[in-house]
Design a protein. Structure first.
Length: 235
């Protein structure tokens, strides 16, 4: 049984100029403890597919699917907040600028329990490689680099103890030197915690380095899907 199973997902957007079918009947799976990458050019439907899974599509989207399940259970709105975490593209615009780092990470923990929030936040900050957590805890996003803010967002997502992380171009807003560090951190968390990762990227090389399975999208459809080595061998 796969961790995530998506069967026959369709998404269309309605705008003033008409309806666009952005995703056409795609299928994909993520196995527990593994990474599946969705690769494709800009506009091929990667983000739309990811947002449909986590239930965060804009109001003008219309979704249908034969199945979106986590360990064979339909993904419900409640599960989306707890069992599926999202790592967004641009860390600087994704953290609340009026909240401290500690407050942002603690938001996830409050859903589970109230006791011992501070020590858990500090442990999470340490886990994602943030130096001097006791000091960072009280700082605001603008006081940290983009890479550090992305670590904070990963800590906030992990606070929910999700089974699946969806990372939508998680390094596209970061310096090249920091990109590898963040992808390494996601790999490390996946191995330590046994979570699955759905990695959205336009970069086939990144997918080849990081993913067990690769799904190639073109104009809203899956044109190739399989084990990474197999997909890379058939360009
Ligand atoms: P990406 O390619 O990184 O997924 P886009 O630049 O395509 O991002 O989209 C940025 C934002 O604009 C998203 O919120 C997306 O939903 C929205 N968007 C993209 N295409 C359209 C469109 N044709 N009409 C309205 N909104 C769009
Ligand atoms: P990708 O993530 O691969 O760049 P997207 O999923 O962002 O692709 O976009 C797929 C298609 O859906 C594109 O044609 C895009 O313009 C369109 N689209 C995305 N978001 C919206 C939106 N909010 N409204 C209308 N069209 C959109």
């Amino acid at each position: 049984m796969s961790l995530l199973n998506v069967t026959d997902l369709n998404v269309s957007y309605t705008t003033s100029s008409g309806t666009v079918q952005a995703v056409h009947g795609i299928n994909l799976t993520v196995e527990r403890g593994q990474t599946t990458a969705i690769v494709g050019e800009s506009g091929s439907g990667k983000s739309t597919s990811a947002l449909a899974i986590i239930g965060l599509l804009p109001d003008n989207a219309s979704v249908s699917a034969a199945a979106i399940t986590l360990t064979d259970q339909p993904v419900t709105p409640v599960m989306r907040g707890k069992r599926v975490g999202l790592i967004p593209q641009d860390p600087t615009n994704s953290l609340n600028p009026t909240k401290t780092i500690g407050e942002s990470v603690a938001e996830g923990l409050r859903i589970h329990d109230h006791a011992d929030v501070k020590s858990k936040v500090l442990r999470l900050l340490e886990k994602v490689g943030i130096d001097q957590p006791e000091i960072r805890y009280k700082q605001y996003p603008h006081e940290l680099s983009g890479g550090m803010n992305q670590r904070v967002l990963i800590a906030a997502a992990l606070a929910l103890e999700p089974d699946l992380l969806i990372a939508d171009e998680p390094t596209s807003a970061l310096d090249v030197t920091v990109q590898k560090v963040i992808l390494d951190l996601l790999d490390q968390m996946r191995e330590e915690l046994g979570i699955g990762i759905l990695l959205i990227t336009h970069d086939l090389a990144v997918a080849g380095d990081r993913a067990h399975r690769i799904v190639v999208m073109q104009q809203g459809a899956v044109v190739e899907e399989g084990l990474a080595a197999h997909v890379l061998a058939n360009p």
